[in-house]
Design a protein around this ligand. Sequence first.
Ligand code: CMC
Length: 433
Amino acid sequence: MTYTTTASAAELKINGKTYHLPLVEGTMGDKAIDISNLLRETGYITLDSGYKNTGSCTSSVTYLDGRGGILRYRGYDIEDLAKNCLFVEVAYLLLHGKLPNAAELEAFKQLIGRFALIHEDMIHFFDHFPSHASPMSILSVMVNSLCNFYPEMSANPLEDFDETSTRLISKIRTIAAFSYKKSIGHPLVYPRHDLCYCGNFLHMMFDKPVRPYTVRPEIVTALNKLLILHADHEQNCSTSTVRLVGSAGVNIYAAIAAGINALWGPLHGGANEAVLDMLETIYADDSNFEKYINKAKDRNDPFRLTGFGHRVYKTYDPRAKIIKKACDEILRVLNVSDPLLDIAYKLEEIALHDEYFIERNLYPNVDFYSGIIYRALGIPSNMFTVMFALGRLPGWIAQWKEMHEDPATRIGRPRQVYIGEPARKFIPLAERP
Ligand code: CMC
Protein backbone atom coordinates (compact mmCIF):
# COMPACT_ATOMS: atom_id res chain seq x y z
CA MET A 1 0.00 0.00 0.00
CA THR A 2 1.13 3.51 -0.66
CA TYR A 3 0.08 7.11 -0.32
CA THR A 4 -1.02 9.43 -3.08
CA THR A 5 0.49 12.76 -3.94
CA THR A 6 -2.48 14.94 -4.81
CA ALA A 7 -2.54 17.22 -7.85
CA SER A 8 -2.64 20.37 -5.72
CA ALA A 9 0.22 21.69 -3.60
CA ALA A 10 0.63 23.80 -0.47
CA GLU A 11 2.05 27.23 -1.10
CA LEU A 12 4.66 28.62 1.26
CA LYS A 13 5.71 32.22 0.95
CA ILE A 14 9.09 33.24 2.34
CA ASN A 15 10.39 36.76 1.75
CA GLY A 16 7.97 37.25 -1.13
CA LYS A 17 8.96 34.05 -2.95
CA THR A 18 6.41 31.26 -3.26
CA TYR A 19 7.37 27.61 -2.91
CA HIS A 20 5.14 24.68 -3.77
CA LEU A 21 5.08 21.75 -1.38
CA PRO A 22 3.44 18.47 -2.46
CA LEU A 23 0.30 17.39 -0.58
CA VAL A 24 0.08 13.76 0.43
CA GLU A 25 -2.98 11.74 1.36
CA GLY A 26 -3.13 8.37 3.13
CA THR A 27 -5.69 5.62 2.54
CA MET A 28 -7.91 6.90 5.39
CA GLY A 29 -7.68 10.53 4.30
CA ASP A 30 -4.77 11.54 6.56
CA LYS A 31 -3.35 14.73 5.05
CA ALA A 32 0.27 15.81 5.08
CA ILE A 33 2.56 18.40 3.51
CA ASP A 34 5.71 16.83 2.13
CA ILE A 35 8.58 19.06 3.28
CA SER A 36 11.43 16.71 2.39
CA ASN A 37 12.84 19.18 -0.19
CA LEU A 38 12.13 22.29 1.87
CA LEU A 39 15.66 22.76 3.16
CA ARG A 40 17.23 22.30 -0.26
CA GLU A 41 14.80 24.73 -1.90
CA THR A 42 14.47 27.39 0.80
CA GLY A 43 17.28 27.00 3.35
CA TYR A 44 14.63 26.63 6.08
CA ILE A 45 14.04 23.65 8.33
CA THR A 46 10.80 23.08 10.26
CA LEU A 47 10.83 23.44 14.04
CA ASP A 48 8.54 21.13 16.00
CA SER A 49 9.67 20.31 19.52
CA GLY A 50 8.32 16.93 20.68
CA TYR A 51 7.32 16.13 17.06
CA LYS A 52 3.77 17.25 17.83
CA ASN A 53 3.01 17.75 14.17
CA THR A 54 5.64 15.74 12.36
CA GLY A 55 4.99 12.62 10.33
CA SER A 56 8.21 10.64 10.41
CA CYS A 57 7.15 7.91 7.98
CA THR A 58 4.29 6.36 6.08
CA SER A 59 3.01 3.15 7.63
CA SER A 60 0.42 0.48 6.93
CA VAL A 61 0.57 -1.20 10.35
CA THR A 62 -1.80 0.77 12.57
CA TYR A 63 -4.49 3.36 11.97
CA LEU A 64 -5.31 5.77 14.78
CA ASP A 65 -7.97 8.46 14.70
CA GLY A 66 -7.42 10.53 17.83
CA ARG A 67 -10.65 12.54 17.52
CA GLY A 68 -12.88 9.62 16.64
CA GLY A 69 -11.26 7.29 19.21
CA ILE A 70 -10.55 4.67 16.54
CA LEU A 71 -7.66 2.20 16.62
CA ARG A 72 -7.10 -0.49 14.01
CA TYR A 73 -4.30 -2.94 13.40
CA ARG A 74 -3.86 -3.70 9.70
CA GLY A 75 -7.42 -2.45 9.16
CA TYR A 76 -9.06 -4.54 11.90
CA ASP A 77 -10.82 -2.78 14.74
CA ILE A 78 -9.11 -3.20 18.08
CA GLU A 79 -12.39 -4.16 19.72
CA ASP A 80 -12.93 -7.12 17.36
CA LEU A 81 -9.36 -8.28 17.82
CA ALA A 82 -9.48 -8.02 21.62
CA LYS A 83 -12.77 -9.87 21.73
CA ASN A 84 -12.02 -12.68 19.30
CA CYS A 85 -8.30 -13.29 19.03
CA LEU A 86 -5.36 -14.74 20.84
CA PHE A 87 -2.39 -12.45 21.35
CA VAL A 88 -0.24 -14.63 19.07
CA GLU A 89 -2.86 -14.32 16.32
CA VAL A 90 -2.61 -10.53 16.55
CA ALA A 91 1.19 -10.75 16.66
CA TYR A 92 1.03 -12.72 13.41
CA LEU A 93 -1.31 -10.12 11.93
CA LEU A 94 1.05 -7.28 12.79
CA LEU A 95 4.12 -9.11 11.50
CA HIS A 96 2.60 -10.52 8.31
CA GLY A 97 -0.15 -8.05 7.48
CA LYS A 98 -2.90 -10.71 7.47
CA LEU A 99 -4.75 -12.79 10.01
CA PRO A 100 -3.36 -16.34 10.03
CA ASN A 101 -5.50 -19.26 8.89
CA ALA A 102 -5.68 -22.29 11.20
CA ALA A 103 -2.59 -23.97 9.75
CA GLU A 104 -0.53 -20.76 9.81
CA LEU A 105 -1.53 -20.07 13.39
CA GLU A 106 -0.63 -23.59 14.46
CA ALA A 107 2.77 -23.35 12.77
CA PHE A 108 3.39 -19.98 14.44
CA LYS A 109 2.46 -21.36 17.85
CA GLN A 110 4.78 -24.33 17.32
CA LEU A 111 7.64 -22.02 16.40
CA ILE A 112 7.01 -19.88 19.48
CA GLY A 113 7.06 -23.04 21.59
CA ARG A 114 10.31 -24.19 19.99
CA PHE A 115 12.12 -20.96 20.86
CA ALA A 116 10.89 -20.60 24.44
CA LEU A 117 14.17 -21.45 26.15
CA ILE A 118 16.98 -18.96 26.52
CA HIS A 119 20.60 -20.03 26.27
CA GLU A 120 21.68 -21.45 29.65
CA ASP A 121 24.67 -19.11 29.74
CA MET A 122 22.28 -16.16 29.76
CA ILE A 123 20.66 -17.44 32.92
CA HIS A 124 23.83 -16.63 34.88
CA PHE A 125 23.36 -12.95 33.95
CA PHE A 126 20.31 -12.80 36.21
CA ASP A 127 22.45 -13.75 39.22
CA HIS A 128 24.50 -10.60 39.02
CA PHE A 129 21.79 -7.98 39.25
CA PRO A 130 21.03 -6.67 42.71
CA SER A 131 17.78 -8.14 44.04
CA HIS A 132 16.05 -4.74 43.83
CA ALA A 133 17.03 -4.24 40.16
CA SER A 134 14.24 -2.92 37.96
CA PRO A 135 12.79 -5.67 35.74
CA MET A 136 12.75 -3.13 32.88
CA SER A 137 16.51 -2.64 33.07
CA ILE A 138 17.00 -6.41 33.18
CA LEU A 139 14.69 -6.83 30.20
CA SER A 140 16.55 -4.34 28.04
CA VAL A 141 19.95 -5.77 28.98
CA MET A 142 18.85 -9.32 28.26
CA VAL A 143 17.20 -8.45 24.95
CA ASN A 144 20.30 -6.53 23.89
CA SER A 145 22.42 -9.57 24.84
CA LEU A 146 20.39 -11.86 22.58
CA CYS A 147 22.43 -10.62 19.59
CA ASN A 148 25.48 -12.41 21.00
CA PHE A 149 23.67 -15.72 21.30
CA TYR A 150 21.51 -15.49 18.19
CA PRO A 151 23.51 -13.27 15.81
CA GLU A 152 21.77 -14.35 12.60
CA MET A 153 19.99 -11.05 12.05
CA SER A 154 23.06 -8.87 12.33
CA ALA A 155 24.25 -9.36 8.78
CA ASN A 156 21.07 -9.10 6.73
CA PRO A 157 18.17 -7.67 8.69
CA LEU A 158 15.38 -9.21 6.64
CA GLU A 159 16.86 -12.66 6.18
CA ASP A 160 15.32 -15.28 8.46
CA PHE A 161 12.86 -12.65 9.64
CA ASP A 162 10.22 -15.21 10.63
CA GLU A 163 12.61 -17.12 12.86
CA THR A 164 14.13 -14.09 14.51
CA SER A 165 10.86 -12.28 15.12
CA THR A 166 9.30 -15.43 16.59
CA ARG A 167 12.39 -16.07 18.65
CA LEU A 168 12.17 -12.59 20.14
CA ILE A 169 8.46 -12.89 20.89
CA SER A 170 9.00 -16.21 22.60
CA LYS A 171 12.18 -15.42 24.51
CA ILE A 172 11.07 -12.06 25.86
CA ARG A 173 8.33 -13.89 27.75
CA THR A 174 10.85 -16.28 29.31
CA ILE A 175 13.21 -13.44 30.19
CA ALA A 176 10.36 -11.47 31.81
CA ALA A 177 9.24 -14.41 33.94
CA PHE A 178 12.80 -15.38 34.90
CA SER A 179 13.59 -11.83 35.99
CA TYR A 180 10.57 -11.94 38.32
CA LYS A 181 11.56 -15.31 39.79
CA LYS A 182 15.10 -14.09 40.37
CA SER A 183 13.85 -10.88 42.01
CA ILE A 184 11.94 -12.87 44.62
CA GLY A 185 14.72 -15.44 45.05
CA HIS A 186 12.71 -18.36 43.73
CA PRO A 187 13.99 -21.12 41.45
CA LEU A 188 13.39 -20.58 37.75
CA VAL A 189 10.46 -22.37 36.18
CA TYR A 190 11.09 -23.52 32.61
CA PRO A 191 8.51 -23.19 29.84
CA ARG A 192 6.18 -26.08 29.01
CA HIS A 193 5.46 -27.07 25.44
CA ASP A 194 1.81 -27.90 26.08
CA LEU A 195 0.82 -24.43 27.27
CA CYS A 196 -0.31 -21.47 25.19
CA TYR A 197 1.65 -18.20 25.05
CA CYS A 198 -0.10 -16.53 27.98
CA GLY A 199 -0.58 -19.77 29.94
CA ASN A 200 3.12 -20.48 29.67
CA PHE A 201 3.99 -17.02 30.91
CA LEU A 202 1.71 -17.42 33.94
CA HIS A 203 3.17 -20.87 34.59
CA MET A 204 6.75 -19.54 34.54
CA MET A 205 5.76 -16.63 36.79
CA PHE A 206 3.74 -18.43 39.41
CA ASP A 207 4.52 -22.14 39.48
CA LYS A 208 6.52 -23.23 42.54
CA PRO A 209 8.07 -26.62 43.36
CA VAL A 210 6.07 -26.71 46.60
CA ARG A 211 2.86 -25.30 45.16
CA PRO A 212 2.08 -26.09 41.53
CA TYR A 213 0.19 -23.34 39.72
CA THR A 214 -2.95 -24.13 37.82
CA VAL A 215 -3.42 -21.94 34.77
CA ARG A 216 -6.98 -20.56 34.87
CA PRO A 217 -8.63 -19.91 31.49
CA GLU A 218 -10.23 -16.65 32.71
CA ILE A 219 -6.80 -15.28 33.56
CA VAL A 220 -5.41 -16.41 30.21
CA THR A 221 -8.28 -14.62 28.46
CA ALA A 222 -7.69 -11.40 30.41
CA LEU A 223 -3.97 -11.50 29.67
CA ASN A 224 -4.53 -12.13 25.96
CA LYS A 225 -6.81 -9.11 25.85
CA LEU A 226 -4.36 -6.83 27.62
CA LEU A 227 -1.45 -7.85 25.42
CA ILE A 228 -3.53 -7.39 22.26
CA LEU A 229 -4.54 -3.89 23.35
CA HIS A 230 -0.89 -2.93 23.80
CA ALA A 231 0.41 -4.59 20.64
CA ASP A 232 0.93 -1.49 18.50
CA HIS A 233 0.16 2.21 18.59
CA GLU A 234 1.71 3.76 15.49
CA GLN A 235 4.59 6.22 15.99
CA ASN A 236 4.60 6.48 19.79
CA CYS A 237 7.81 7.27 21.68
CA SER A 238 9.17 3.71 21.97
CA THR A 239 8.21 2.72 18.42
CA SER A 240 9.80 5.87 17.05
CA THR A 241 12.87 4.97 19.09
CA VAL A 242 12.96 1.48 17.57
CA ARG A 243 12.75 3.04 14.11
CA LEU A 244 15.30 5.77 14.84
CA VAL A 245 17.85 3.41 16.38
CA GLY A 246 17.09 0.80 13.73
CA SER A 247 17.65 3.36 10.96
CA ALA A 248 21.32 3.51 11.97
CA GLY A 249 21.59 -0.11 10.86
CA VAL A 250 21.92 -1.78 14.26
CA ASN A 251 20.73 -5.37 14.76
CA ILE A 252 17.10 -5.87 15.70
CA TYR A 253 17.86 -6.75 19.31
CA ALA A 254 19.64 -3.43 19.90
CA ALA A 255 16.75 -1.52 18.33
CA ILE A 256 14.17 -3.36 20.45
CA ALA A 257 16.25 -2.89 23.62
CA ALA A 258 16.24 0.85 22.87
CA GLY A 259 12.45 0.73 22.54
CA ILE A 260 12.19 -1.02 25.90
CA ASN A 261 14.21 1.77 27.49
CA ALA A 262 11.97 4.44 25.96
CA LEU A 263 8.88 2.59 27.16
CA TRP A 264 10.21 2.60 30.73
CA GLY A 265 9.50 6.33 31.15
CA PRO A 266 6.52 7.31 33.35
CA LEU A 267 5.10 9.52 30.59
CA HIS A 268 4.98 6.45 28.36
CA GLY A 269 4.70 2.76 29.38
CA GLY A 270 5.92 3.42 32.92
CA ALA A 271 2.61 5.18 33.51
CA ASN A 272 0.83 1.91 34.41
CA GLU A 273 3.04 1.43 37.45
CA ALA A 274 2.84 5.14 38.31
CA VAL A 275 -0.98 5.03 38.17
CA LEU A 276 -1.07 2.36 40.85
CA ASP A 277 1.33 4.36 43.04
CA MET A 278 -0.93 7.38 42.58
CA LEU A 279 -4.12 5.47 43.44
CA GLU A 280 -2.43 4.00 46.52
CA THR A 281 -1.26 7.45 47.61
CA ILE A 282 -4.77 8.87 47.28
CA TYR A 283 -6.25 5.89 49.12
CA ALA A 284 -3.71 6.24 51.94
CA ASP A 285 -4.47 9.96 52.11
CA ASP A 286 -8.11 9.38 53.14
CA SER A 287 -9.27 9.51 49.53
CA ASN A 288 -8.63 13.23 49.39
CA PHE A 289 -9.51 13.58 45.70
CA GLU A 290 -9.74 17.34 45.77
CA LYS A 291 -6.14 17.68 46.92
CA TYR A 292 -4.79 15.57 44.06
CA ILE A 293 -7.04 17.04 41.39
CA ASN A 294 -5.87 20.50 42.46
CA LYS A 295 -2.24 19.39 42.41
CA ALA A 296 -2.72 18.01 38.87
CA LYS A 297 -4.16 21.35 37.73
CA ASP A 298 -1.41 23.42 39.35
CA ARG A 299 1.22 24.42 36.78
CA ASN A 300 3.78 24.89 39.53
CA ASP A 301 3.30 21.37 40.84
CA PRO A 302 4.96 18.57 38.83
CA PHE A 303 2.17 16.16 39.86
CA ARG A 304 -0.03 15.01 36.96
CA LEU A 305 -3.00 12.75 36.88
CA THR A 306 -1.13 9.72 35.57
CA GLY A 307 -3.15 7.55 33.23
CA PHE A 308 -4.87 10.65 31.89
CA GLY A 309 -4.20 12.53 28.68
CA HIS A 310 -2.68 11.50 25.41
CA ARG A 311 -0.76 13.15 22.61
CA VAL A 312 -3.12 11.91 19.91
CA TYR A 313 -6.42 10.96 21.57
CA LYS A 314 -8.63 13.93 22.24
CA THR A 315 -11.41 11.63 23.36
CA TYR A 316 -11.65 8.45 25.45
CA ASP A 317 -8.80 6.10 24.53
CA PRO A 318 -10.56 3.12 22.87
CA ARG A 319 -8.16 0.76 24.63
CA ALA A 320 -9.02 2.24 28.03
CA LYS A 321 -12.72 1.70 27.31
CA ILE A 322 -12.17 -2.03 26.75
CA ILE A 323 -9.76 -2.36 29.68
CA LYS A 324 -12.14 -0.62 32.07
CA LYS A 325 -14.86 -3.12 31.20
CA ALA A 326 -12.45 -6.05 31.40
CA CYS A 327 -11.22 -4.83 34.77
CA ASP A 328 -14.70 -4.95 36.19
CA GLU A 329 -15.29 -8.44 34.74
CA ILE A 330 -12.03 -10.05 35.84
CA LEU A 331 -12.28 -8.75 39.39
CA ARG A 332 -15.79 -10.19 39.57
CA VAL A 333 -14.74 -13.57 38.14
CA LEU A 334 -11.75 -13.80 40.48
CA ASN A 335 -13.85 -12.58 43.36
CA VAL A 336 -11.35 -9.84 44.10
CA SER A 337 -12.42 -6.64 45.73
CA ASP A 338 -9.84 -3.92 45.19
CA PRO A 339 -10.44 -0.54 46.84
CA LEU A 340 -8.15 1.02 44.24
CA LEU A 341 -10.76 0.31 41.56
CA ASP A 342 -13.24 2.50 43.44
CA ILE A 343 -10.59 5.20 43.78
CA ALA A 344 -9.97 5.00 40.01
CA TYR A 345 -13.72 5.20 39.19
CA LYS A 346 -14.18 8.21 41.43
CA LEU A 347 -11.09 9.98 40.16
CA GLU A 348 -12.20 9.50 36.59
CA GLU A 349 -15.68 10.80 37.35
CA ILE A 350 -14.35 13.93 39.05
CA ALA A 351 -11.82 14.64 36.30
CA LEU A 352 -14.32 14.15 33.47
CA HIS A 353 -16.57 16.79 35.05
CA ASP A 354 -13.80 19.26 35.78
CA GLU A 355 -13.38 22.25 33.47
CA TYR A 356 -9.56 21.88 33.39
CA PHE A 357 -9.73 18.32 32.03
CA ILE A 358 -12.70 19.05 29.74
CA GLU A 359 -11.02 22.06 28.13
CA ARG A 360 -7.85 20.09 27.44
CA ASN A 361 -9.61 16.93 26.28
CA LEU A 362 -7.95 14.82 28.96
CA TYR A 363 -9.46 11.33 29.26
CA PRO A 364 -8.25 8.06 30.79
CA ASN A 365 -5.64 6.37 28.62
CA VAL A 366 -4.60 2.72 28.28
CA ASP A 367 -2.62 2.82 31.53
CA PHE A 368 -5.39 4.01 33.84
CA TYR A 369 -7.09 0.68 34.52
CA SER A 370 -4.55 -1.90 33.29
CA GLY A 371 -2.56 -1.98 36.54
CA ILE A 372 -5.63 -2.94 38.56
CA ILE A 373 -6.10 -5.99 36.32
CA TYR A 374 -2.44 -6.98 36.55
CA ARG A 375 -2.64 -6.65 40.33
CA ALA A 376 -5.71 -8.91 40.41
CA LEU A 377 -3.78 -11.48 38.35
CA GLY A 378 -1.01 -11.42 40.96
CA ILE A 379 1.52 -9.52 38.86
CA PRO A 380 3.58 -7.12 41.00
CA SER A 381 3.58 -3.45 40.06
CA ASN A 382 7.27 -3.32 39.11
CA MET A 383 6.42 -5.84 36.35
CA PHE A 384 3.59 -3.77 34.83
CA THR A 385 5.76 -2.00 32.27
CA VAL A 386 7.40 -5.31 31.40
CA MET A 387 3.89 -6.56 30.60
CA PHE A 388 3.43 -3.55 28.33
CA ALA A 389 6.71 -4.45 26.59
CA LEU A 390 5.57 -8.06 26.02
CA GLY A 391 2.45 -6.71 24.38
CA ARG A 392 4.18 -4.01 22.32
CA LEU A 393 6.93 -6.25 20.96
CA PRO A 394 5.10 -7.47 17.80
CA GLY A 395 4.32 -3.84 16.94
CA TRP A 396 7.94 -2.79 17.35
CA ILE A 397 9.09 -5.67 15.16
CA ALA A 398 6.46 -4.99 12.49
CA GLN A 399 7.42 -1.30 12.37
CA TRP A 400 11.12 -2.16 12.29
CA LYS A 401 10.53 -4.49 9.33
CA GLU A 402 8.38 -1.95 7.52
CA MET A 403 11.10 0.66 7.93
CA HIS A 404 13.72 -1.67 6.48
CA GLU A 405 11.50 -2.51 3.51
CA ASP A 406 10.65 1.09 2.73
CA PRO A 407 12.93 2.49 -0.01
CA ALA A 408 12.32 6.00 1.39
CA THR A 409 14.05 5.11 4.66
CA ARG A 410 17.16 7.13 5.52
CA ILE A 411 19.02 7.34 8.79
CA GLY A 412 16.84 9.27 11.28
CA ARG A 413 18.58 12.55 11.86
CA PRO A 414 16.50 15.54 12.96
CA ARG A 415 17.88 19.08 12.74
CA GLN A 416 17.91 21.91 15.26
CA VAL A 417 17.91 25.65 15.55
CA TYR A 418 21.12 26.56 17.34
CA ILE A 419 20.65 29.10 20.14
CA GLY A 420 24.09 28.91 21.81
CA GLU A 421 27.11 31.20 21.76
CA PRO A 422 28.29 32.58 18.43
CA ALA A 423 31.92 31.81 17.42
CA ARG A 424 34.32 32.57 20.27
CA LYS A 425 38.08 32.96 20.30
CA PHE A 426 39.79 30.02 22.09
CA ILE A 427 41.39 30.91 25.46
CA PRO A 428 44.36 28.78 26.56
CA LEU A 429 43.96 27.23 30.05
CA ALA A 430 46.53 29.50 31.73
CA GLU A 431 44.76 32.65 30.53
CA ARG A 432 41.22 31.71 31.56
CA PRO A 433 39.77 33.89 34.32
N1 CMC B 1 -2.70 15.75 34.28
C1 CMC B 1 -2.81 17.09 34.33
N2 CMC B 1 -2.65 17.89 33.26
C2 CMC B 1 -2.34 17.32 32.11
C3 CMC B 1 -2.20 15.93 31.98
C4 CMC B 1 -2.39 15.13 33.12
N3 CMC B 1 -2.27 13.81 33.05
N4 CMC B 1 -1.89 15.62 30.71
C5 CMC B 1 -1.84 16.79 30.04
N5 CMC B 1 -2.13 17.82 30.88
C6 CMC B 1 -2.22 19.24 30.53
C7 CMC B 1 -0.85 19.87 30.34
O1 CMC B 1 -0.36 20.40 31.56
C8 CMC B 1 -1.15 20.93 29.32
O2 CMC B 1 -1.79 21.98 29.97
P1 CMC B 1 -1.56 23.52 29.46
O3 CMC B 1 -2.17 23.57 28.08
O4 CMC B 1 -2.26 24.35 30.46
O5 CMC B 1 -0.07 23.74 29.42
C9 CMC B 1 -2.19 20.26 28.41
O6 CMC B 1 -2.86 19.32 29.25
C10 CMC B 1 -1.61 19.55 27.20
O7 CMC B 1 -0.66 18.60 27.68
P2 CMC B 1 0.76 18.35 27.03
O8 CMC B 1 1.71 17.95 28.12
O9 CMC B 1 1.14 19.46 26.13
O10 CMC B 1 0.41 17.08 26.15
P3 CMC B 1 1.42 16.06 25.50
O11 CMC B 1 0.76 15.56 24.28
O12 CMC B 1 2.76 16.67 25.35
O13 CMC B 1 1.56 14.92 26.61
C11 CMC B 1 1.11 12.96 27.87
C12 CMC B 1 0.85 13.71 26.56
C13 CMC B 1 0.52 11.58 27.76
C14 CMC B 1 2.63 12.84 28.10
C15 CMC B 1 0.45 13.74 29.04
O14 CMC B 1 -0.94 13.79 28.85
C16 CMC B 1 0.78 13.15 30.40
O15 CMC B 1 1.82 13.49 30.98
N6 CMC B 1 -0.09 12.23 30.93
C17 CMC B 1 0.22 11.53 32.16
C18 CMC B 1 1.19 10.38 31.89
C19 CMC B 1 0.50 9.22 31.17
O16 CMC B 1 -0.58 8.82 31.55
N7 CMC B 1 1.18 8.66 30.19
C20 CMC B 1 0.67 7.52 29.42
C21 CMC B 1 0.27 7.93 28.05
S1 CMC B 1 -0.69 6.70 27.15
C22 CMC B 1 0.28 5.29 27.00
C23 CMC B 1 1.64 5.45 26.46
O17 CMC B 1 1.97 6.30 25.65
O18 CMC B 1 2.46 4.64 26.85
